[in-house]
Structure formats: structure tokens, C-alpha cells
Design a protein around this ligand. Structure first.
Ligand SMILES: [Zn+2]
Ligand SMILES: [Zn+2]
Length: 376
């Protein structure tokens, strides 16, 4: 009876071997993941649509002469800086040479002093060497001074240029303000365009997922529908989170969660009020199997079980009645909830389960009041 029903009703997945259920679960997840990836590629490709170009906007909106002036000033300042650096390098070299000729001159002077102490007249060569090194020293000093003057001039020019640059920057910044505003406006529009592009792909898929969920979720391919729906839903949520201001997204998310929670609650409440026929049948079947009242769970003590006390754990070890003649079948009513559990069959007059669909003796269906209706 149980197996037959499981074979006939494909929605009874809990009856399949665990390895098969695990595989179904695994491939459902894989399916959802792949759908999610595919949607991710599409969304990322849409995100590469070209946006506003700030440089082009600036070229279009700012006075070209001002830009040229700023550019020229920048070049002149660089040139001046290079010049000053060159002068400073030449000065450093000159400083070295000056120190060198000064040392030579001092040594020659010492030599002359020694010669004078020994009353030796300086030779002509000595005198010439001294004169030369003194001349060199003086020349270097003069050149050093000249370069100093040049550095002073160049630095002054540099300061003037930098002052001009500051003024030009100020004017540029004033002109840039409207450019930045225009750029921000264009960026917002671009973001909106991207969001619309992404949603125009995702929303039809979401509608398809909802339709599948409403129409086919009880069918054979329910795990695929759940996987697909979940992937699309998560992607839509991420796109909305990316593009809508957080203030609005918060409300959208909360309202969606609220609707979902309300829907689940309604489902659960309805399930409690009007149990699904096959669930009811499953619950009754299992209760009869365990010799317990399907309504209140109290043990069914009839026939050979009358004087036996059992629990869920030792139920399987119950031996069949030792004396079958002792076993007289008669109607039985639960002593706790007064539900009729075994009754006389209207067709064959044998004793049958009151709450199960068929008589064990003749197979007659149960009376309509008690039988769970098969799912339509
Ligand atoms: Zn009962
Ligand atoms: Zn019968």
C-alpha cells in the first residue's frame, strides 16, 4: 500500500533513497548557482555601457583660452625650475673649484713665507704659479657671484609665474563648478539607464519565476523552479541594492520580506485549518502503523495489544499474539477523543480502519465523511 502509493504519486520525494535525494539537492543548488552566474555575466556586460566623459565635458564647457593659459603657465614654471636647478648645479661645481684654488694659493703662500725666512728670493716660476692661482680664485669668485645674480632673477620670475598660476587656478575652479554639476547629473542619468537595462532583463525572468512558482511548484520539477526563482530573486535584490538609494532599498526589501512572511504565515494557518488530504492520509497511516490514535495519539489497545504497554522504541519487538483464537475483531473507539478507529464495513461487514481509504477485507472505499479526499 505504502510503496504503491509512493510509486503512483511522484510528489512523495521523501520516499526516495537518501542518495537520490542528496543528488537532487546537490544538482538543484548547482542549477541555481549556474543561473546566478549567467545572470551575473549579463548584468556585468550591461554595466560596461559607456558613461559620461568628464574630460570631454570640461573641454566643451571651459573657456579654451583659460585652459591654454594654465597649460602655458605650467610649462613656463617647469622651465624656470629647470633653469634654477641648472644654476645651482653650476654653482656647486664652482664652489668646489674655488675651494681647490684657494687651497693651492695658501700652499704657495706658505712656501713663499718659508723661502723668505731662509732669505731666498722667490723664483719666477713660483711667482707665476701664485699669480695664476690667485687669478683663477678671483675669476671663480666673480662667476659665482654672477650665477647668484642669475638665480635671484630666475627665482623672482618663478614667483611671478606661480602667482599667476594661482590666479588662473582660481578662475578655472570657478568655471569647473558647473562642469562638475553637469557631470554629476549625467552620472545619475547613466546609473538610472544601467538600472533600467539590468531590470529589463531581470524583471521578465522574475515574472517567469513567479508564474512557475505559482503554477508548477507542486510538480515534478519543483526543485528546478525553486533554484531558478531563488537565483533570479537574489540577483534582482543585488541590482536594486546597487542602484537604488539605500533609503528606498530599505523599504523595498522590508515590504518584500513582509509580503513573503505574510504569505508563509497564511499558508501555515490554512494548513492547520484545512490539512492537505495526502498529508492527513500520511499522518493517519503512520499513526495506525504505530497502533496509536491518529487524532490524539493515545495507544490503540485492542485485540492482543489490550494488556501490553509500549513506547516508540520497543514497538518493533512486539511478538504476534501467541494465541490467535484469543483475537476477536470488533469495532474500536478511542477512549480519549471518542474517534471511531475501527468499525464495521458497510460492504462486507468485516472490521475495517475507520480513517483509512480502503477496507482490508473487501477494498470498499471509506464513507465520504471520514475519507481524506484524493488531491485534485
Ligand atoms: Zn484518540
Ligand atoms: Zn469491507
Amino acid at each position: 500500500m505504502i510503496r504503491q502509493e509512493a510509486i503512483m504519486n511522484p510528489t512523495h520525494q521523501s520516499q526516495a533513497p537518501w542518495s537520490h535525494r542528496l543528488l537532487v539537492c546537490f544538482f538543484s543548488l548547482l542549477f541555481a548557482l549556474l543561473v546566478y552566474w549567467l545572470l551575473g555575466f549579463v548584468v556585468r556586460d550591461i554595466a560596461t555601457w559607456p558613461g559620461p566623459d568628464y574630460a570631454a565635458l570640461e573641454a566643451q564647457m571651459i573657456d579654451p583660452s583659460l585652459r591654454q593659459e594654465a597649460q602655458a603657465l605650467r610649462e613656463q614654471i617647469e622651465e624656470s625650475n629647470r633653469l634654477v636647478n641648472g644654476y645651482r648645479q653650476r654653482q656647486a661645481v664652482l664652489r668646489d673649484s674655488t675651494a681647490n684654488s684657494e687651497r693651492t694659493m695658501n700652499q704657495l703662500l706658505e712656501l713663499q713665507k718659508l723661502n723668505l725666512q731662509k732669505n731666498l728670493a722667490p723664483t719666477e716660476a713660483d711667482q707665476r704659479a701664485f699669480d695664476e692661482s690667485r687669478q683663477l680664485f678671483l675669476d671663480h669668485q666673480k662667476k659665482y657671484q654672477e650665477i647668484n645674480d642669475q638665480i635671484a632673477t630666475a627665482t623672482e620670475r618663478l614667483e611671478t609665474l606661480e602667482r599667476q598660476q594661482r590666479q588662473s587656478q582660481k578662475r578655472l575652479e570657478e568655471q569647473r563648478r558647473p562642469v562638475q554639476a553637469a557631470y554629476a547629473r549625467q552620472s545619475t542619468l547613466h546609473q538610472l539607464k544601467l538600472a533600467l537595462g539590468k531590470l529589463s532583463v531581470l524583471l521578465p525572468l522574475l515574472a517567469l519565476a513567479v508564474w512557475l512558482f505559482v503554477k508548477k511548484r507542486g510538480g515534478l520539477y519543483a526543485p528546478m523552479i525553486y533554484g531558478f526563482g531563488l537565483a533570479v530573486l537574489v540577483k534582482v535584490g543585488m541590482v536594486m541594492h546597487e542602484h537604488f538609494p539605500r533609503r528606498y532599498f530599505k523599504y523595498i526589501l522590508t515590504v518584500a520580506a513582509l509580503l513573503l512572511a505574510a504569505r508563509v504565515l497564511v499558508y501555515l494557518l490554512r494548513l492547520r485549518a484545512f490539512p492537505k488530504p495526502d498529508w492527513l492520509l500520511k499522518q493517519r497511516r503512520e499513526a495506525y502503523e504505530r497502533f496509536r490514535c491518529p487524532v490524539c495519539g493515545y495507544p490503540i489497545r485492542r485485540g492482543p495489544l489490550k494488556f501490553i504497554r509500549w513506547s516508540r522504541r520497543n514497538l518493533r519487538r512486539i511478538q504476534p499474539a501467541s494465541d490467535p483464537s484469543d483475537h476477536t475483531d470488533e469495532p474500536y473507539i478511542c477512549p480519549v477523543c471518542a474517534t471511531s478507529l475501527f468499525e464495521e464495513c458497510a460492504a462486507c461487514k468485516g472490521i475495517r480502519h475507520s480513517l483509512l481509504p480502503a477496507c482490508t477485507h473487501c477494498g470498499a472505499p471509506a464513507s465520504p465523511a471520514q475519507s481524506p479526499r484524493p488531491e485534485s
